[in-house]
Design a protein around this ligand. Structure first.
Ligand code: CS2
Length: 503
């Protein structure tokens, strides 16, 4: 955190009445707002997405839907949001346009990284009817390739041994449900808002697997009293930077250590499956549907697939942000072709959305020069992202007997990013991925032999399903692209690929 600057006052309840012209304030009486839901993982995404939808809802039909923000991992909230009474500025930016609004829906914050006790006190309380979460892909402690709970994960091993002092997300949720059952018995809706495939089903399965081990009828109680709706969430909101904090201080005249920046576009599709009370988000633009999976595939395979393909190739091209990647004609052409020729044909029909129009809208969002989304940020935890963004579409293409060369090039981009960070390739950047060490070890023994590298990496069965690892067309295509990307001129390879594939 930066040192507080002297001069300007800090955002908080006492300055709400004196916000500068052009900064919108909450349009409801915040002092009357009570907590009705909790959110775990109060990062930039939550603050630009669900907290804004909730702010809209409170302005339209005020109800007991204040959010208690909980962080179970750093960064903690007490010294930022806590000092500001839960208030923060949400900037929406499109190129040189900016719109500022102070969001008021977070009523209190709880830091619970040292111990789960503060989080459990909130989650088990009878006032809380809903818990939502954005804890990143790896927070669910599942095996990406299968969706099942990973019993070998350190946090899960811990929580099985000591379920009353959990450290993992599934362990904390299970303990909260157990406490609710033992005290008041009120139902709970648990909503994953992360970009994992079938997020509601995965959440239900990791919590359910731990409940089965816990015994005592807890799994049955959860089945009858909890709901795990799936969701598709969307708004691009990169990690805020010092530049954003300075913008607020210099242009808006107050200090805000919790400012967030997002694009104008937002979307939220929620499966219509709740246990007890749930906020009427449909009144403020969310879609409630019976089948969320088709929306989820659309978003993860098109928007997120494009982001993931671009981030690795962008790094290889020496570029910094997504909009820089999109300004490069070669990268832009590659990604559009990948989406149109290979990803779109794997989609099921999505009510109300034409896939090609969605591709163009997504790519135009990625050109927004005010959204400074760093390639290295999107590259983080790629092993947890490529399954739903690239590998599942490839599996569908294989089953359909169709080409998957461009998607394979995107997978090779991910591999190149990890491989080039290994010792023998000169450690060009630091990789933040649960499988970074494993891939570095493979690279250190396989050397620069692309076939060996691909054989070693695709043998990681937590990421690659056997039907991919054992498919010679797939492994050969990835090896060819990987050779190009780790070679002397990765962009020449991309140019060959982009010029050669399809029409
Ligand atoms: C991004 C997402 O970092 C990433 O993995 O692809 O955070 C993306 O910006 C959001 O899913 C957009 O809704």
């Amino acid at each position: 955190m930066t040192a507080p600057r002297l001069g300007a006052s800090m955002l908080g309840a006492s300055v709400l009445g004196a916000l500068p012209a052009g900064v919108a304030a909450p349009r409801y009486d915040r002092t009357a707002l009570e907590a009705g839901m909790a959110h775990i993982g109060v990062g930039a995404f939550h603050r630009t997405h669900q907290a804004e939808y909730t702010d809209d809802l409170l302005a339209q039909r005020f109800d007991r839907w204040g959010i208690v923000g909980i962080n179970i991992r750093p960064p903690l909230l007490g010294e930022t949001l806590g000092m500001q009474d839960g208030l923060y500025t949400r900037l929406l930016r499109q190129d040189d346009r900016v719109e500022a609004r102070v969001i008021g829906s977070i009523v209190s914050v709880v830091d619970s990284a040292e111990s789960a006790a503060p989080a459990l006190a909130v989650l088990a309380s009878p006032e809380i009817d809903v818990v939502t979460m954005t804890v990143t892909e790896k927070g669910y402690c599942h095996i990406p390739a299968t969706g099942a709970l990973d019993p070998a994960r350190g946090e899960i091993v811990h929580d099985i041994a000591d379920p009353e002092h959990p450290v993992s997300l599934p362990g904390i949720l299970l303990r909260a449900l157990e406490m609710r059952r033992a005290t008041h018995g009120r139902p709970l809706t648990l909503v994953s808002c992360d970009n994992i495939p079938a997020n509601g089903a995965i959440l239900q399965s990791v919590v359910g697997a731990l409940a089965e081990r816990r015994g005592g009828g807890l799994a049955g109680w959860i089945a009858a009293n909890a709901a795990f709706p799936g969701t598709m969430v969307d708004r691009i909101a990169p990690a805020p930077t010092e530049l954003d904090r300075r913008f607020v201080e210099e242009r808006l005249g107050y200090r805000d250590e919790a400012v967030v920046v997002g694009e104008p576009f937002r979307q939220w599709v929620i499966e219509n499956r709740f246990a007890g009370r749930f906020p009427d988000y449909a009144a403020v633009g969310a879609q409630l549907v019976e089948d969320v999976e088709v929306f989820e595939h659309l978003k993860m395979r098109i928007l997120n697939g494009a982001q993931t393909a671009l981030c690795y190739q962008g790094v290889l091209a020496g570029l910094e942000h997504t909009f820089d990647d999109m300004a490069d004609p070669l990268l832009a052409r590659f990604v559009r072709r990948m989406l149109v020729e290979e990803s779109v044909p794997t989609l099921e029909p999505v009510p109300g959305i034409a896939p090609l129009a969605y591709v163009d809208e997504s790519l135009s969002r990625l050109r927004n020069t005010a959204i400074r989304h760093r390639n290295h940020q999107i590259a983080t935890d790629g092993s947890q992202k490529i399954v739903q963004r690239l590998l599942n579409p490839i599996r569908d293409r294989i089953r359909a007997g169709a080409s998957f060369d461009l998607l394979s090039a995107a997978v090779a981009g991910w591999m190149a990013y990890l491989v080039l960070a290994a010792e023998r390739f000169g450690r060009r950047w630091t990789v933040d991925d649960p499988f970074a060490t494993r891939v570095a070890a493979i690279a250190d023994t396989a050397g620069a032999d692309p076939r060996q590298l691909v054989a070693g990496i695709t043998a990681i069965d937590a990421i690659f399903a056997p039907e991919l690892a054992g498919n010679p067309r797939f492994t050969a295509a990835v090896a060819w692209h990987l050779a190009g990307f780790i070679g002397a001129d990765p962009m020449a390879h991309l140019a060959r690929v982009t010029g050669a594939a399809g029409a």
